[in-house]
Design a protein around this ligand. Structure first.
Ligand code: IPT
Length: 271
């Protein structure tokens, strides 16, 4: 068998670690993985990537591209009888999927900051074209709202460290200084840490920072990053297992989607 992976930008840490874990698991099972990477977030780009994989006669497809419910439906239709498993859709989407619970992750971050006594909390979201970025943002807002808190500032990045740095400079130049920043991924948190340090502020004494992902490098940021872990090795392994399982059963077994838990990893950027 050959599996096809349509993926978003592999220069980002999370998608590359997911692809690597898939490849490792597929190789253990004796499968090949061919990869098609999209360079912009659009349905057309995703269609093109899937067509490219189908022309290479793959036996099943993994889609790690953020897709709205309608777009995921369109891609599932494009695949026809070919088994297709989605990794970046809404938990409500009616497709075969495996995801980390975005609400659970967002809630864990907020609850951690509230337990430490923070009230003046700023947020830095991922790009709002991404369904996961939107769901984390909604999760933060609804959890904060339960405690009658609204964020003191809202900024939007694009998942990169550079955008985290730029947005943090804007944030720190404003008169209201937050005591904590919730950040939608670790790469942006890396950029935020640099900006905060350039402002001469101490982490976590003067400002707390919490990321999301727990990618391989996050324990080596300075200070080591507190974050919400998504176990990408588990995701890569489970997604391949499920797709292969589905292939072996010739699609006669009901496709069972999976919602994986996230967990808080407390290091040294929050107090
Ligand atoms: C998601 C990451 O959390 C984020 O950091 C970014 O890399 C994004 O992917 C790229 O699309 S994880 C995804 C499986 C929701």
């Amino acid at each position: 068998y050959t599996l096809g992976l349509a993926t978003t930008e592999l220069a980002l840490h999370a998608p590359s670690q997911i692809a690597s874990a898939m490849k490792t698991r597929a190789n253990q099972l004796g499968f090949n993985v061919v990869i098609s990477m999209i360079d912009n977030l659009s349905l057309l780009a995703c269609r093109t990537a899937v067509n490219e994989l189908m022309s290479q006669r793959v036996d099943g497809v993994l889609i790690n591209v953020p897709l709205s419910n309608d777009d995921a439906g369109a891609i599932a239709q494009l695949c026809g009888d070919l088994p297709v498993l989605f990794l970046d859709v809404d938990p409500q989407a009616e497709v075969f999927k495996i995801l980390f619970d975005p609400h659970c992750g967002a809630e864990q971050g907020v609850e951690h900051l509230l337990a430490l006594g923070h009230q003046k909390i700023a947020v830095l979201t991922g790009p709002l074209e991404s369904i996961s970025a939107r769901l984390r943002y909604e999760g933060w807002l609804s959890t904060l709202a339960k405690h009658q808190i609204t964020p003191c500032a809202v900024h939007h990045g694009d998942w990169s460290a550079a955008s985290g740095y730029q947005q943090a400079l804007l944030l720190l130049n404003q008169p209201v200084r937050p005591t904590a920043i919730l950040i939608a991924n670790d790469q942006m948190a890396l950029g935020v840490l640099r900006a905060v340090h350039e402002f001469g502020l101490r982490v976590p004494e003067q400002i707390s920072v919490i990321g999301y992902d727990d990618t391989e490098d996050s324990a080596f940021f300075f200070p080591p990053l507190t974050t919400i872990k998504q176990d990408f090795r588990l995701l890569g392994h489970e997604s391949v297992n499920r797709l292969v399982d589905h292939l072996h059963h010739h699609g006669d077994k009901k496709q069972s989607s999976l919602l994986l838990p996230t967990s808080l990893v407390e290091r040294h950027t929050t107090s």
